[in-house]
Design a protein around this ligand. Structure first.
Ligand code: ZN
Length: 348
């Protein structure tokens, strides 16, 4: 263990930039990474404002941050897939490799998974971290650190698109134009959707999403989503509806905009239980899928970004130096509709 400067969530509503004891032994199979860019995620902000997410409660000081990219500075024994100096991004959730979930390939739902900045596991808003090499991924030369730190949220979009089992030419609806909603839309387009309606109440968010070819913005404050999808599909409905807003109200009538035999993918986590009209679902023989983080998506996400097919740079709204991390979080709490992703640069 060694003392390192870090952004520490002391308890609900209280952040500090201070020294804290963090592990630094580079054991076999591990690499040490000098962090470059760390994104501010809605979950980090939620721990700050609420002190908990569902069953995960902040009971001791915890370092925040889990969307990260950096450079390898030290290698543990037996690591041959990476080299010192490699620019990398890291998958923040490390499961027990021998667990039943991991052996089934479902390592994201391993109950023993240790995920950065999910209590009691420390995150990475600190200069260095030691991480398993097989959860560390090399970035192509044309993918920046800032984009590398976007791989984590984009992997959620990739998981959602994979769960949807998109067929080329599909029409999808994404409810919610926040960072995850927009990245789900981009993954759905990369996965073969011909067009994706993105709906929200906040026009600035829709304007940012609308920069992308294939995204059709719909402001549900003044436009009826069902009328829009009916006009687009001659009354047939969307092949896939991705619920990314987390708003219980979004589930109200969700099946009305879906085609018979279509798929609803639950991505956003509603803060309260949502009543669902199962009869309307059954009549259409609709399929429901859910998404918890991601598994096996980092390679694919990085490949898409490296190919130029997915450009996440327009979603980075503002960058703060590490020493202004608390300002970055207070800015995130403001939830300006024109902010998509805020990032922190460690050695700016
Ligand atoms: Zn995140």
């Amino acid at each position: 263990m060694t003392m390192q400067r870090a952004l520490v969530l002391e308890k609900q509503h209280q952040l500090a930039l201070r020294e804290i004891d963090l592990p630094d032994a580079v054991g076999p199979g591990m690499v040490k990474i000098k962090l470059h860019t760390v994104g501010v995620c809605g979950s980090d902000v939620h721990y700050y404002t609420h002190g908990r997410i569902g069953p995960f409660v902040v009971e001791a000081p915890m370092v925040l941050g889990h969307e990260a990219a950096g450079t390898i500075v030290e290698m543990g024994e037996g690591v041959d897939s990476l080299a010192i100096g490699d620019r990398v991004c890291m998958e923040p959730g490390v499961p027990d490799p021998n667990s039943r979930a991991s052996r089934l390939g479902l390592y994201n739902v391993d109950p023993a998974v240790r995920f950065w900045a999910t209590p009691p596991i420390h995150g990475v808003l600190t200069p260095f971290v030691v991480h398993p090499a097989n959860f560390t991924f090399k970035l192509p030369d044309n993918v920046s650190f800032a984009e590398g730190a976007m791989v984590e949220p984009f992997a959620v979009g990739m998981q959602a698109a994979a769960k949807a089992r998109i067929t080329p030419g599909d029409t999808a609806i994404v409810m919610g134009a926040g960072p995850i909603g927009t990245m789900v839309a981009l993954a759905a387009l990369a996965g073969g959707c011909a067009r994706v309606i993105v709906s929200d109440l906040a026009q600035p968010k829709l304007d940012i999403a609308a920069q992308y070819q294939g995204i059709i913005p719909v402001n549900i404050r003044d436009t009826d989503l069902k009328a829009e999808i009916d006009a687009l599909t001659e009354g047939w409905g969307a092949d896939v509806v991705f619920e990314c807003s987390g708003s219980p109200r979004a589930w109200d009538g969700i099946v009305d905009v879906l085609r018979p035999g279509g798929t609803v993918v639950a991505v956003g986590l509603p803060v309260e239980p949502v009543p669902l009209d199962i009869a309307s679902l059954s009549v259409k023989e609709a399929r429901i899928e859910s998404v918890f983080r991601y598994a096996h998506q980092y390679d694919r996400a990085i490949a898409l970004m490296g190919s130029g097919k997915v450009d996440l740079k327009p979603l980075i709204s503002e960058t703060f130096p590490f020493e202004q991390s608390i300002e970055a979080f207070d800015r995130a709490v403001e939830a300006r509709p024109s902010d998509v992703k805020l990032q922190i640069v460690m050695d700016a």
